[in-house]
Design a binder for this molecule. Sequence first.
Ligand code: FDA
Length: 588
Amino acid sequence: MSDTLPLIETDVLIIGTGPAGSTASALLATYGIDNMVINQFAWTCRTPRAHITNQRTIEALRDLGVEADCLALATPQELMGENTFATSLAGEELARVLAWGTPPARKADYELSSPAKMFDLPQNLLEPILTRTAAHRGSRVRFNTEYLSFEQDADGVTTTLLDRITQQTFQVRSKYLLGADGGNSKVAEDAALPMEGEMGLAGSMNIVFEADLTKYVAHRPSLLYWLIQPGGELAGLGIPLIRMVRPWNKWLCIWGYDINAGAPSLSDDEAKAVLHQLIGDDQVAIKIDSTSTWTVNSMYAKKNMNGRIFCLGDAVHRHTPMNGLGSNTSIQDAFNLAWKLALVINGQAEASLLDSYNDERIPVGEQVVKRATKSLGDLIPIMEALEITGVDSAEEKIQNIANRKLDTSKAEKQREKLRQAVEGTQYIYNCHGVEMNLRYTSSAIIPDGSPAEEFKRDQELYHQASSRPGANIPHAWLIDRQQQKISTVDICGKGKFTLITGLGAVKQWASALAEIEKAQGLSVVLRVIGPGQEYEDVYGDFARLRDISETGALLVRPDNIVAWRAQAASEKSSKDLLTATQKILGKG
Ligand code: FDA
């Protein structure tokens, strides 16, 4: 028997069924693009890992039509936010901070910015939804298949894979290869993508376990319980964390180990002892599911593509889970790239459109890596306020923590310092601007010459809606002909460009779109918002947000990003729209 199998052909080969790869595969299949997605393991990821799912990501999941599947398994935002710092779950509580959009003063920011509500969905539950969607829509999904190497030429990529069941190698010929193979990406390495930053900054231990902790947590429902235990076995590196996986009986415990001392290995009994200590109650029954280690990285790619090779997800941005940005950014990479590949493969756009993936997503990767790395440091002031940093003796640390209860002016200052330190964690826990304020600059965005945008509030903490080219279409609730509420975000996307206008120049825009279809083969969906139209702005919110006149128009890309806008309809603006689409498609 020959040890090589026949060549397989596909348009896009995707390495990895993580959040990045499975989303890319599902989107490409939805757009009708033949693709194959592989994973070296027998199934999608086993451990919960990523979980916090932000609104921009959910908008992409809505576009794919899988939000309902996710919601059926997710923990809702209402149960995510009572982020707690304590000496143990049963012990003394030190501070709480409302997180993930749950502070009353922040709720409106989150609600106004998107039709989606944040939720918590462990990665091991999300990946099967995405991978199943890909398979149902026609992707060829292959497990037990390892990427080994690729060679690219002017017409395509030949990738060598190993079937891990038969141990036979085989080759796949594709037009494009996507490396969604995670933080140790071999594809990114083989494509010689330049990277900046450091890997292996610190070590982290995970214990996934089952235990009914209802009595310790249900009154303060949260994803994260930080347990500060001077003198405990885990004292030393960072703050140990018990993270909710399923309320309130499935958990993930994480703590830092000294990477220079090598990764620890724990027996089930040792793991249980650690958990009993953190819970503060050794009578709680615990079942250990798994233990594993991972490293904290802070690295981003300066380029995410090389010819026909595109990398996405952790392959090109690797950082700590602080802020919960990893899987979110990975899914959004796929949302940015998939429609561009589809247009190029279908011959509707030139390959140069794909350069915009690099230009748009590289700054995002750098931003999230820097934010997450900085957020690690945002927990240190809490330890400083408790006066446990730079102190060796466990007894002294315990005394220092207790000192904040004294009736002295020193203790009053300590209490105030702790309050401020906790307030400083807003950049970890309610960093809405980083999640939502996408602003792209590339050949696929046509600036409208308006003055540079000024952010009225802290750009990292607060979302600012904008209809400027490069920003996400602002969310406003409309009603449809059945009086059902529908978001402006949801009338865009589904693999298509959309032109949004009001009453006053509908015919003119319709004929401009007909011309674009004739000249460029690009069909753009026309959405008219106005009385008696398909969508009505009954609340007047879109009129307040659109920042153009009623006869003006917003051209929205399939990934919900405004590509071009016209203040008002005119003969010139129709011509400008034609030129804009030409430019976006790389034909200008
Ligand atoms: P990912 O690593 O998930 O997937 C890579 C895929 O490639 C896998 O299917 C793998 O098997 C496959 N693969 C690798 N090499 C291969 C080869 N040679 N051949 C074939 N297949 C190969 N993020 C977030 O957004 N919110 C959050 O709350 C958290 N929380 C969190 C907690 C913890 C403890 C961790 C460790 C991480 C997080 N994250 C997170 C980060 C998140 O897990 C991470 O960013 C995503 O998994 C990245 O998704 P990717 O698809 O890029 O890679």
